[in-house]
Design a protein around this ligand. Structure first.
Ligand code: GLY
Length: 384
């Protein structure tokens, strides 16, 4: 591809798009106002769980998540080869726990449609459940096991993607401060006005991947894009399975209240609250206390433990819960890829593929129109 791109935003989506564009032959520069992976990507629990995170129906969003899961084995392999960095790609499978007999009907109907869409899931009860996950509370009456679900260690995946991008020839500029879109009609120009002075970047095309901040820049384009931050508070317990008395948690464990994921670095990551706090990433006693109560109802062994880390990230949410991926009809040099809400880590490969396809002039498929960025459109037209 004989085209140059600026990718705005060095989170997992921006880095994945940059790498894919570069591997298809484009010249790519990533511009990041602060630090790559410093927001939602680095804060994520790293779950690749389209079935557990989207339990309602096999809609377009589920299809994108499912296709991205299918891309993951080759995608992560390529990143490991390009970067030489491991990020704990773990094929653990998951359990979705039910606490009441009344919840079983819902689990059974979910299992029926998910089996038609690539899951080899099964409903576990009694001795089968205890043997699958011995540490699980006996309050859990049944669980839906989905062997296809996996996880990665998100901060290391971001590190690997940065290294893969650099090794493939992507330029990455961080700590740029406020970024402004100065031109987008005959060519793209982005101006940075950080502490280290002004800098101007030019390219043929622009990909906006600024996560929860995605609503800001396109307003310069005369577009209102309703992306807003939803805070997720998360904590990690020490859970070193080499120590006597600490049994490995074999699966990712979900319920309607949260999730638990065993990491190879000897921690058990537990998330996550959902609250509206603007761009505030502090943790609150209330948010973490709710998680701790739920955690103990899943794994009684947590009664005697306290988390060693607590943090929060801002999920980029849209009005319909679906990401915004597509070329802007009002600014044809601009492609948007943002608003991935709870599924940015999972959706990175499918988003990068779709963005690179659009960049090469291919049309989105009819079902992918569900992610058209201008679907909520109220617009006024500004000219540079
Ligand atoms: N995907 C998990 C979360 O957003 O908390």
């Amino acid at each position: 591809m004989n085209t140059s791109f600026i990718v705005l935003g060095g989170g997992i989506i921006g880095l994945a798009c940059a790498l894919e564009l570069r591997l298809r032959g484009a010249a790519v520069t990533v511009l990041e106002a602060e630090t790559c992976g410093g927001q939602a990507s680095g804060a994520a629990a790293g779950m690749l769980a389209p079935y557990s995170e989207n339990p309602e129906s096999p809609d377009e969003f589920f299809r994108l998540c499912r296709e991205s899961l299918d891309l993951y084995p080759n995608w992560q392999q390529r990143i490991r080869e390009l970067s030489g960095i491991d990020f704990e790609y773990t094929e653990s499978g998951s359990l979705y726990a039910a606490y009441h007999e009344a919840d079983l009907l819902a689990l059974e109907s979910r299992l029926r449609w998910q089996r038609q869409h690539g899951s080899s899931g099964e409903l576990l009860r009694g001795a089968a459940l205890v043997s699958a996950e011995p540490g699980l509370s006996r309050q859990v009456v049944a669980a839906l096991r989905t062997p296809e679900e996996r996880h990665v260690y998100a901060p290391d995946l971001v590190g690997a993607l940065i290294a893969a991008c650099l090794n493939a020839g992507v330029l990455i500029r961080e700590q740029l401060g406020k970024l402004e879109l100065a031109a987008w009609e005959r060519g793209v120009e982005v101006r940075a006005a950080g502490d280290s002075g002004e800098a101007v970047f030019q390219a043929d095309q622009l990909v906006i991947c600024t996560g929860a901040w995605a609503g800001h820049l396109p307003s310069e384009l005369g577009l209102e894009l309703p992306v807003h931050p939803i805070r997720g508070q998360i904590c990690a317990y020490p859970w070193d399975t080499r120590q006597a008395g600490t049994e490995p948690v074999r699966h990712m464990i979900f319920s309607s209240q949260g999730y638990l994921v065993q990491k190879a670095n000897g921690t058990l990551v537990c998330g996550a609250s959902e609250d509206v706090a603007g761009f505030d990433t502090s943790v609150t006693e209330r948010g973490i206390a709710r998680l701790l109560r739920w955690n103990r109802s899943v794994l009684p062994a947590l009664e005697d433990r306290q988390p060693i880390h607590r943090w929060a990230g801002l999920r980029p949410a849209t009005l319909d819960g679906r990401p915004l991926i597509g070329r802007l009809s009002r600014a044809e040099r601009v492609i948007l890829a943002a608003g991935h809400y709870r599924n940015g880590i999972l959706l990175a490969p499918a988003t990068a593929k779709l963005v690179a396809d659009l960049a090469q002039g291919r049309e989105a498929e009819p079902w992918q129109q569900a992610f058209r960025p201008e679907r909520f459109h109220r617009q006024t037209v500004h000219r540079p």
